[in-house]
Ligand binder design. Structure first.
Ligand code: ASP
Length: 332
């Protein structure tokens, strides 16, 4: 890299920032963004200037929509202000696939935003945090990464926020993009894109005008529908993580039809890889039956991401047509 590049780093906590807690005997988030960067060897040779922001020190599971809104606004302000070539966010890996997707929904800048974390905490043999942070900073600083949106970097791989999954509980190679694979790689300090990043999807731009709760309901074998019915009156929208291509037990269809008459109900697949269908199966509880009863097909958007998109749309108070259109983007 020739000219100095400037990267803003925001830290939220997670395993990457954990140290031994004397009270519990386990590890807990404690390290600042400065601490994390101080543990990364080799960055000084890359002519990258870092602007560091300590935002939260929480486990990934405890991040909230408010945290994300605050972070998204801070990143937006920083990038609007100019002088920053890219952004790195460090956080708990438990929620990376959701936060990266949610941030990507509103990201409108050319500078890339790279989300990273660690699977092994700093007290363990072979902690992966420093290597992941190193790779994330280089990716954020890479001039040819402009326009690639929000990305997730771990284990020297670059994944699109649109596809990445945490697919193992402990492995440093936990992050994968089922069905599409990583879009790039970091080797010997150089960042290489090996596939075109997915089309940008800055789908939501309007202001959030209300607080909403979007439920997620996963169907499973022998489901009698009692718990599904309990969502009635308790949410502003619901995502159903259905079987396979979008199927539920036949005994659930009336409850779903009733719910869909009151709030948007999105039909997604609990497989979270591949699309729900819209016109193949035609029996009670099939995708054709459910869509006919008012459910909105999520395309190939898995249930966690579908919930985030529905949450954003409902928070902006958009109507049913706009919701159907937004999900149709993911049907191709
Ligand atoms: N439970 C941790 C968290 O998400 C896991 C991690 O960061 O890898 O905060």
């Amino acid at each position: 890299m020739s000219a100095t590049r400037t990267v803003a780093v925001y830290s939220l906590g997670g395993t990457i920032a954990m140290t031994a807690d004397p009270v519990t005997g386990g590890v807990a988030p404690a390290l600042s963004a400065h601490d994390l960067l101080a543990a990364v060897p080799g960055l000084e040779g890359h002519d990258v200037e870092l602007r560091v922001h300590d935002v939260r020190r929480v486990p990934g599971a405890s991040l909230t929509f408010d945290d994300l809104t605050e972070l998204g606004s801070a990143v937006d302000r920083t990038l609007t202000g100019g002088g920053i070539d890219g952004v790195v966010i460090t956080q708990g890996t438990d929620t990376i696939e959701e936060t990266a997707f949610a941030l990507g929904l509103r990201h409108r800048h050319e500078q890339p935003v790279i989300v990273t974390g660690a699977m092994r905490n700093p007290t363990m043999a072979g902690p992966d945090g420093p290597a992941n942070l190193y790779a994330a900073v280089l990716t954020a600083a890479a001039p040819h990464l402009r326009g690639t949106g929000v990305l997730v970097v771990l284990n020297d791989e670059i994944h699109a926020a649109r596809h990445v999954r945490k697919s193992h509980t402990t492995s440093p190679a936990a992050f994968t993009s089922p069905g599409s694979g990583p879009i790039g790689r970091i080797t010997e300090g150089s960042v290489r894109l090996t596939a075109a990043p997915p089309r940008r999807f800055g789908l939501v731009a309007g202001p959030r005008v209300r607080d909403v709760r979007v439920g997620l309901y996963t169907v499973s074998l022998g489901d009698d529908g009692e718990l599904l019915a309990a969502w009635d009156g308790r949410c502003d929208g619901l995502v159903v993580a259905a079987f396979g291509v979008g199927h539920v037990p036949g005994r659930l269809v009336e409850t779903l039809e009733r719910l869909a008459a009151r709030v948007p109900v999105v039909l997604s697949s609990r497989i979270d890889n591949g699309p729900v269908l819209t016109g193949t199966y035609g029996y009670p509880g099939s995708e054709m039956d459910l869509i006919g009863r008012g459910l909105v097909p999520a395309g190939d958007l898995g249930p966690y991401r579908a919930r985030l998109l529905l949450h954003e749309l409902l928070a902006q108070d958009v109507g049913p047509e706009a919701i159907t259109e937004a999900f149709a983007v993911f049907a191709s």
